[in-house]
Design a protein around this ligand. Structure first.
Ligand code: CTP
Length: 399
């Protein structure tokens, strides 16, 4: 979750679902977010401002003017990283779609420069009314995000569509939207993952134990953060959820090289997590090689070093990240690879580490970069390691 220190406005409108906003505010605060609650007058009939100010640790705002004080809606709209209106009533939705500004929540909405997320809540008949649909379409056309309503028991006693999404789903949605609006939004990335198979004949190959988990985790995390990801994936046996990624499946180092060269020039970030074979059989036999002598010699020739070649093609604006899997002299070898391959960053994982490496769900890495940076991380899930690597890339580009 990426909500730590995020500034979030939670807008609450008049709907019975407002009671769930207390849980939403609590969950956001627990994740480390700073929450400012803004309520409409009608919302106060459903939940007390005292509950929300206690949970958020901040005075709840409601009026444009309070006694002789003016709530600066423009600054509030600029302060927030994201604004979420949950629950969104039919009435406030219509006012938003119409550009009305008769309360603080609406004036902040109109001034907000951050992403705006709404979680509608209403009875099914209102939800299905063409007026509601049109209003929602307007919001969507302006780039606001709508969290789908749920199906279930409604305030009217009827059962149907229109329930506000549960607070946990709203928190997840907010985290997803925030990461997609971060510094990687709109960037393009190439990621390689998995082993390569170097075929000897139609039934045999030279391969390795790479599962592809680390590279796929990096690819998915980049996509989660709004990057267009091209994944060049070697022959992996595990089924991965590759939704949202542009995937090119390859077998050999040569094929991986061709696939990488095709897209590399257009990439902002390249992460080479694949375990590429260094040597391939010099000759491929069209027919299965028959058993003959007691000994057999296979001549191998060097495969293209993809990382090194991309390092030679790279422009200063591109970030190139390699992996190093070492069994000895880890740091020195990793630094040598950084230099020799003209990479910006090397992610070192050691085979000495019990919980790191091939096929495991966890990894322990140290990241070295060209500007002299070195960051050692604890053993973590490969998903969490992917987040660390990507945070390092962002840090490196900002340094
Ligand atoms: N790599 C590559 N092409 C190759 C070999 C490796 O692109 N033919 C990339 C890997 O994807 C990784 C980095 O280079 O990002 C380092 O891989 P590694 O196997 O650790 O290093 P090698 O250069 O192969 O050196 P050695 O095997 O001697 O340690």
């Amino acid at each position: 979750m990426t909500l730590k220190d995020k500034k979030i406005i939670v807008g609450i409108t008049g709907s019975i679902a407002a009671y769930k906003s207390a849980l939403l505010v609590r969950a956001l605060v627990k994740e480390g977010a700073e929450v400012q609650v803004i309520m409409t007058q009608a919302a106060k009939d459903f939940i007390s401002p005292l509950t929300l100010s206690t949970l958020s640790g901040k005075k709840v705002l409601s009026e444009i003017f309070e006694e002789d004080e003016w709530a600066n809606h423009v600054m509030l709209g600029r302060w927030a990283d994201i604004m979420v209106i949950a629950p969104l009533s039919c009435n406030t939705l219509a006012k938003m779609a119409g550009g009305l500004c008769d309360n603080l929540l609406l004036s902040v909405y109109l001034s907000a420069v951050c992403p705006v997320v709404v979680a509608p809540a209403m009875d099914e008949d209102m939800w299905k009314h063409p007026g509601t649909k049109k209003n929602l379409e307007k919001l969507l056309s302006w780039g606001n995000l709508v969290i789908p309503v749920g199906y279930g028991e409604l305030a009217s006693g009827l059962t149907g569509e229109g329930r506000m999404a549960e607070p946990e789903s709203i928190v997840e949605f907010i985290a997803g939207s925030l990461s997609k609006s971060g510094p990687l939004k709109g960037k393009k990335a190439l990621v390689t993952a998995g082993p390569t198979y170097e075929h000897l004949d139609p039934v045999r190959f030279i391969g390795n134990h790479s599962s592809g988990k680390m590279g796929v985790a990096v690819a998915r995390e980049l996509a989660n953060r709004g990057t267009e990801v091209h994944l060049v994936l070697g022959p992996v046996s595990q089924h991965f959820d590759l939704n949202g990624l542009q995937v090119k499946r390859v077998q050999s180092a040569e094929e991986m090289f061709i696939a990488c060269k095709e897209v590399f020039a257009g990439m902002d970030i390249t992460v080479m997590a694949a375990a590429v074979a260094d040597y391939a059989p010099a000759e491929y036999s069209q027919n299965k090689i028959k058993k003959n002598d007691d000994e057999m010699v296979v001549n191998l020739s060097k495969t293209p070093d993809i990382l090194k070649s991309l390092g030679q093609m790279k422009t200063p604006a591109q970030v190139l990240v390699g992996f190093a899997l070492e069994t000895d002299n880890e740091e020195a070898n990793a630094m040598k690879k950084l230099e020799a391959k003209n990479a910006d960053m090397i992610v070192l994982n050691s085979l000495k580490d019990e919980k790191a490496g091939f096929g495991k769900d966890t990894n322990k890495v140290t990241v070295f970069d060209r500007k002299g940076g070195k960051k050692a991380f604890d053993t973590k899930s490969k998903e969490a390691v992917a987040k660390d690597i990507i945070d390092c890339i962002i840090g490196y580009t900002n340094a």
